[in-house]
Structure formats: structure tokens, C-alpha cells
Ligand binder design. Structure first.
Ligand code: UDX
Ligand code: UDX
Ligand code: ADP
Length: 461
């Protein structure tokens, strides 16, 4: 039996669901796509006529939404109705690392997924294809299927795994021309139904179909490998600083080996984002649960290295500023976990700032896309100090020159392009002397900064 998909529902209007389903709607004008979320503020923002106010900042997303919204793309809080009407349901809710109970700090919290499954089971009165889009631990599909089949109204559910490989900041181009699309499943017709959707704009040779478990595990593995490259080059960056090698030169030299390749070799203050750490912790947790301790320890080291990189960046600032930052103003340029996104989850900035604040530094933050409330919420979530203390010790500026005024040091923590074009001479004039720049992204030109009189530190040099 073949499936005809006329209506799609996506549960979860976040960084994954929002852009992904907007692109599906954009590419398939004859399919009605409804993205639902329990967060009514988020849905209101997706429906805002002012496209600069969409809840997710992604280059090119506004144009895609503008074309499809109201035509065949809808954002709604009516979750049940969208489920009932859909032929295919994508689950794109968040799966954060558990912060309580068994597996705390390691395992993925699947409570949002389970709630979705129960709601789908309750509401569905016709057969549905249910697609896992969120990153999930291996064998989640089995749990999903069990809930659907045991609590449903006797209709058929076909589960597919279709992991998302988009990177934030380049989500739209990644979605429009993906390296590959991965679809795991058991039912050939259900798989074909999803293949047919992607095949409207993706070459069929790039649409890979596997069994469910391979698909789920591939997502975790892909992120673990990417993160591993960053931790590997970051490990070498520390060695470069001791030996006089330059990490960019090393990265270039190894990257030209076609077996290694040039991408994901940029040394940094540490990787962030919602996926890398969570997925590796997940992989480690799963390995341990099967008593595979060597496997678990191997991947755990990627996280350990990343923690170390953030900590040693902050330590270097303290040490260089004559072993104390107490009462000193330090400007943090960039709060997002990478450029071209307003997402701050697991951003190195949060941890570096928190660490410097423990040493009583006064932090002044500027980020071109992250809102002030988000910055404070990120700090408050750490629970290191009171809400009032966080506001007293950290200020957020809308103007980078104000953030840097009278600062003892500037820390560059996100690689926003605009930082390169600032009037660094003007910044220098208004800073304390000596004027330090700690470049956690190797973004600026050493020669230029030094000629202006800055003392310039970059990772891996
Ligand atoms: C290696 C480097 O590749 C080469 O650039 C350097 O100059 C010397 O060291 P070599 O040891 O000759 O070369 O062989 P290589 O092809 O790298 O394989 C090394 C080992 O890894 C072999 O035992 C090979 O079987 C194994 N291997 C390689 C795998 O198990 N899986 C792979 O995917 C690749
Ligand atoms: C990642 C995966 O790339 C994507 O395929 C998956 O679907 C979700 O997780 P994302 O987290 O959006 O995407 O961004 P990514 O570009 O992978 O960067 C992750 C972090 O690593 C960022 O903090 C980035 O600054 C850092 N990074 C990346 C480096 O420090 N150096 C590099 O060379 C590459
Ligand atoms: P991701 O990066 O995985 O997209 P986000 O946190 O940005 O994660 O988005 C996930 C969205 O899923 C949030 O907006 C959240 O409100 C929504 N969500 C979580 N659980 C449910 C649910 N049971 N029904 C509808 N929406 C949900």
C-alpha cells in the first residue's frame, strides 16, 4: 500500500522544526504543512508579520517563510487538531540532557517525546507515519512504537527516523542542498512516502535509506565525529602554544591530506551548540549501559578536552592580567555559540564568563543577535550565584564600542564577521592600558592589532 501525503504536522517550532518544515513547505506547495508548539509566544513570533522578529535567526529563513506562510505553511498552538488532520507527523521537540534522576547530566530526557507520542496516540483516528526528527538515543523508535500501539485507537503507525544534519547559521542552504538525507525505517511504503517528499529537490542518490537503528546511531556518530575533530585540533592548539607551532598552519597542512580533509579543523575556545555535547553524552551513556567502558571513555575524552579548552582560555586571561581580574572590566564580544545564529545553548561564552565572574570580573557583553534576557537566563540557569549578583556583575550593551570602553581586556568568543570591521583604533583609544585582546576564534589580524598597540593573544599561536 502506498501512502499519499497531503498534510504534514510538525510538533515543535524550534531551531530544528521551524527551519526544516518551512523549507519542506517552500519546496512542496501542494502539501499543507502545519508547525505546532505548546509555547504560544513562539508561535506568535513565527506568525509575526515583521519577519525580523521570527524566533529563530537564520540567514535566508525570512524569505522562505514569507513565500510559504499562509499559502501552505501554518504555525499554530492547536496541536491535537494538526495531529488529527495530518498524514505524516514529524516530532521535533527538544531532548535536553536529563538534569535529574537516573542518567542525570548524561542521558537524554525523553519526556517531551513521550508526551508527543501519547498525544498522537490519543488523537489519531487514521493511519499515520510518525517521523523522529529530534536527536534521540538509539532504540527510541521502539519506545515510541510501543506507546503508540498500546495507547492508540487501533490505527496503524509507521515509525521513521529522519535525523537532521543542518548546522545552525547555514540551516537554509544545508536544507536546500544537503550532503545527504537519511531515512531509517521498517516499512518500505512509509519510507518511500518520505523519500518522495525530499526527492522533489534532493537528488535521489543522496537519499539514503537504512534500518531504524542505523539511522538513529548515525546521527549520534556524525555529531561525535565532528566534535571529535574540534577537540582534536583544540588539543593540538595547546601544544602549539608551548612549542611555537601555529595551529592554523598545522590544520592547513593536515587538512590537505584527502583522507583527513580541511573542514572542522578550526581551533576555538571550545565547541558549543545544542547537539555536540548532548549527543556525545548520550553515546557515552548508551555505551556504559552496555558495559562498553573503553568505548564510553574514548568518547568521553572529547567532552573533557572541550571543558579544558574553555577553562584554559579563561585561565590565560586571568594569568595575563597579572593574576587577578577582580573588579576589572572584561568585554565579551559574542554570546552565540557560533556566528549567524541567535542560539546560545552550551555556548563557550556562558562558561568563560561564569568562570571570570567567579574571579570577580565585571563582564560587558555585546552580541549582534542575542537578546539581553537570553544572556541573563543562560547565566541564571547555571545557578552559580544569585539572579541579582548576575545582573550586578554582567552588563549587556547594544553598542560594541560601549561594551569595550574602559575595559582591561576584550575576549572574542563568537566569530561574528562584523567584529573584523570594527574601528579597532577607536576601541584601543578608549581602553585601559595595556590593552589586551584574547581571540578565542582567531578572527582578527594579529599584525594590525599589534600595530595599533594591543597585546594580542590567539588560540594556538
Ligand atoms: C601511515 C600514513 O597513512 C602515512 O601517511 C604515513 O606516512 C605513515 O603511516 P601506513 O602505516 O603505511 O601509512 O598505512 P595506512 O594506510 O595509514 O594504514 C595504517 C593501519 O591502519 C593499517 O594497519 C591499516 O590496515 C589500518 N586502517 C587504515 C584501518 O584499519 N582502517 C582504515 O580505514 C584505514
Ligand atoms: C551540528 C552539526 O554540524 C549538524 O550537522 C547537526 O545537525 C547539529 O549539530 P551546529 O551545532 O548547528 O551543528 O553547528 P556546528 O557548525 O557543527 O558547530 C558546533 C560548534 O563547534 C560551534 O560552537 C562551532 O563554533 C564549533 N566549531 C566548529 C569549532 O570550534 N571549530 C570548527 O572547526 C567547527
Ligand atoms: P531544537 O533545537 O531541537 O529544535 P528547541 O528547544 O529550539 O529545540 O525547540 C523545541 C520546541 O518543541 C520548543 O519550542 C518546545 O516548546 C516544543 N515542544 C516541546 N514539547 C512539546 C509538546 N509536547 N508539544 C508541542 N511542542 C512541544
Amino acid at each position: 500500500m502506498s501512502f499519499e501525503v497531503k498534510k504534514i504536522c510538525c510538533i515543535g517550532a524550534g531551531y530544528v522544526g521551524g527551519p526544516t518544515m518551512s523549507v519542506v513547505a517552500h519546496q512542496c506547495p501542494d502539501i499543507e504543512v502545519t508547525i505546532v508548539d505548546v509555547n504560544s509566544d513562539r508561535i506568535a513570533a513565527w506568525n509575526n508579520p515583521d519577519l525580523s522578529q521570527l524566533p529563530v535567526y537564520e540567514p535566508g529563513l525570512d524569505i522562505i517563510v514569507e513565500e510559504a506562510r499562509g499559502r501552505n505553511l501554518f504555525f499554530s498552538t492547536d496541536v491535537s487538531r494538526a495531529i488529527a488532520e495530518a498524514d505524516m507527523i514529524f516530532i521535533s521537540v527538544n531532548t535536553p540532557t536529563k538534569n535529574y534522576g537516573k542518567g542525570k547530566g548524561m542521558a537524554a530526557d525523553l519526556k517531551f517525546i513521550e508526551l508527543c507520542a501519547r498525544q498522537i496516540a490519543e488523537v489519531a483516528t487514521s493511519d499515520k507515519i510518525v517521523v523522529e526528527k529530534s536527536t534521540l538515543p538509539v532504540r527510541t523508535a521502539a519506545a515510541l512504537k510501543s506507546i503508540l500501539d498500546n495507547t492508540g485507537n487501533g490505527v496503524n503507525f509507521h515509525i521513521l527516523s529522519n535525523p537532521e544534519f543542518l548546522a545552525e547559521g547555514t540551516a537554509i542552504t544545508d536544507l536546500l542542498s544537503p550532503d545527504r538525507v537519511l531515512i531509517g525505517g521498517e516499512n518500505a511504503d512509509a519510507i518511500e512516502a518520505l523519500v518522495n517528499i525530499y526527492a522533489r529537490w534532493v537528488d535521489r542518490a543522496k537519499i539514503l535509506t537504512t534500518n531504524l537503528w542505523s539511522s538513529e546511531l548515525s546521527k549520534l556518530t556524525a555529531n561525535a565525529f565532528l566534535a571529535q575533530r574540534v577537540s582534536s585540533i583544540n588539543a593540538i592548539s595547546e601544544l602549539c602554544e608551548k612549542t611555537g607551532a601555529n595551529v592554523d598552519e598545522v590544520a592547513k597542512a593536515i587538512g590537505m591530506d584527502s583522507r583527513i580533509g580541511p573542514k572542522f579543523l578550526k581551533a576555538s575556545v571550545g565547541f558549543g551548540g545544542s547537539c555536540f555535547q548532548k549527543d556525545i553524552l548520550n553515546l557515552v551513556y548508551i555505551a556504559r549501559s552496555y558495559n562498553l567502558h573503553e568505548v564510553a571513555d574514548y568518547w568521553d575524552q572529547v567532552i573533557i578536552m572541550n571543558e579544558h579548552q574553555k577553562r584554559r582560555f579563561a585561565d590565560n586571561i586571568i594569568q595575563t592580567l597579572y593574576n587577578t581580574v577582580s573588579g576589572k572590566k572584561i568585554a565579551v564580544l559574542g554570546w552565540a555559540f557560533k556566528k549567524d545564529t541567535n542560539d546560545t545553548r552550551e555556548s563557550a561564552s556562558i562558561y568563560v564568563s561564569d568562570y571570570l565572574m567567579n574571579e570577580q570580573a565585571q563582564i560587558a557583553v555585546y552580541d549582534p543577535k542575542v537578546v539581553t534576557e537570553r544572556i541573563y537566563a543562560d547565566l541564571d540557569y547555571l545557578n552559580t550565584r544569585s539572579v541579582d549578583e548576575n545582573r550586578a556583575q554582567l552588563e549587556v550593551w547594544k553598542d560594541p564600542y560601549e561594551a569595550c570602553k574602559d575595559a582591561h581586556a576584550i575576549a572574542i568568543l563568537t566569530e561574528w564577521d562584523e567584529f573584523k570591521d570594527y574601528d579597532w583604533e577607536r576601541i584601543k583609544e578608549n581602553m585601559k592600558r595595556p590593552s589586551f585582546v584574547f581571540d578565542g576564534r582567531k578572527l582578527l589580524d594579529r599584525q594590525k592589532l599589534e600595530s595599533l598597540g594591543f597585546t594580542y593573544y590567539a588560540i594556538g599561536e
